[in-house]
Design a protein around this ligand. Structure first.
Ligand SMILES: Cc1cc2nc3c(=O)[nH]c(=O)nc-3n(C[C@H](O)[C@H](O)[C@H](O)COP(=O)(O)OP(=O)(O)OC[C@H]3O[C@@H](n4cnc5c(N)ncnc54)[C@H](O)[C@@H]3O)c2cc1C
Length: 316
């Protein structure tokens, strides 16, 4: 079986390493090298297990284990998020990858929000993001300033370096959010900006990103909506690649869509919750709270229903 992967980001490079053990596999990317854009937060326990399968020790890439995540003033103890050097990890993977095109029977759309091979999604929801690397002498926690339509973040990278950024309905609103985050937590802009860039993120659950397969093309990662309502896409992308790999080696590709939808039912729940909050459907959001608290307490930070109710109250 020959497989051609398009896109060597989180999902594509991971799938390449899995497949390369048993298959002839080609991979291409439009970028010349991995970029340093944000997205350096990862759910540690799951990511560690997944990367182990391709011989990577995630621990070697962990920069910081923040003690708290502070969102709109609410201080929550961090359980499972680490900040990892995503750029260096991808660079190390790219060193092991032979970039080439092959005549393949199966093509993989791992092009992230671009979804370059699969058909366009009707009513797609791709948000612009803006991010910088800056120097600040502030406690190494995760800082969030959220409103209903988006949020700004500050992630510590160690040595007083920070990823600061935001995503919202448009760039102007994202910039406003960054300004609010600066005011709330004291990330003053005059402190040396090292670099800045823009990106995009798809905020739709897998069920809204069908089809996952058209002809000989299968989608993995963000191309098929493997991103949570809170924008967590690193582990879901890896996981979707693993599911594809398992379906392929077990000759069960017909089960791929079902497996993705079952695995990411938690992502579906999170998107419904976020949508309810955004649309002011307070009762629907409240009814979903126990589920969301249970999901996120395992994946990211300790929280209670009361914490989330307080958080919802201060969201504008
Ligand atoms: C600013 C920002 C911050 C984020 N923060 C976090 C975070 O802290 N934690 C988290 O879990 N998630 C985060 N996410 C989400 C996460 O980064 C993505 O969901 C995840 O990277 C998706 O993985 P992927 O492999 O599907 O796509 P990507 O990692 O985006 O990779 C797609 C690859 O495809 C390539 N490509 C594009 N078009 C083509 C083409 N036509 N042919 C070949 N190659 C192509 C691109 O160059 C890229 O290398 C963030 C996203 C953004 C934008």
């Amino acid at each position: 079986m020959k497989v051609q992967i398009h896109g060597a980001g989180m999902a594509g490079s991971f799938l390449y390493m899995l497949l390369n053990q048993d298959f002839e596999v080609g991979i291409t990317d439009t970028r010349k090298k991995p970029d340093c854009r944000c997205a350096w937060g990862i759910a540690y326990s799951e990511a560690k297990e997944l990367y182990k399968e391709i011989g990577i020790d995630l621990e070697e890439y962990v920069l910081i284990r923040p003690e708290y995540a502070i969102a709109n003033g609410l201080r929550l103890r961090n359980k499972n998020i680490v900040i990892f050097d995503r750029k260096r990890l991808l660079e190390d993977l790219w060193d092991q990858i032979e970039f080439r095109k092959i005549e393949a029977k199966i093509h993989i759309d791992a092009t992230g929000f671009k979804r370059a091979l699969l058909p366009k999604i009707k009513s797609d929801r791709v948000y612009p993001t803006i991010q910088t690397v800056e120097k600040h002498n502030i406690d190494d926690n995760i800082y969030i300033y959220a409103r209903k339509t988006g949020y700004a973040w500050a992630f510590p990278l160690g040595d007083d370096r920070w990823h600061i950024g935001a995503g919202d309905l448009n760039e102007t609103r994202a910039l406003e959010l960054i300004e609010m985050l600066r005011q709330e937590y004291g990330f003053k802009e005059k402190n040396g900006k090292i670099c800045s860039c823009k990106a995009k993120i798809r905020l739709l659950p897998p069920s809204a990103c069908k089809p996952f397969k058209v002809g000989d093309v299968f989608g993995i990662g963000e191309a098929i909506g493997c991103v949570s309502g809170a924008g967590e896409g690193n582990v879901p992308s890896l996981k979707s690649a693993k599911i594809f790999y398992e379906c392929l080696i077990n000759d069960k590709l017909e089960a791929y869509e079902y497996r993705i939808l079952s695995e990411f039912s938690w992502i579906e729940e999170e998107h419904k919750f976020v949508e309810a909050v955004q649309n002011g459907k307070r009762l629907t959001a409240l009814l979903k709270l126990p589920k969301i608290v249970s999901i996120e307490s395992k994946r990211s930070v300790s929280q209670s229903i009361g914490d989330l109710i307080r958080f919802m109250k201060v969201l504008k």
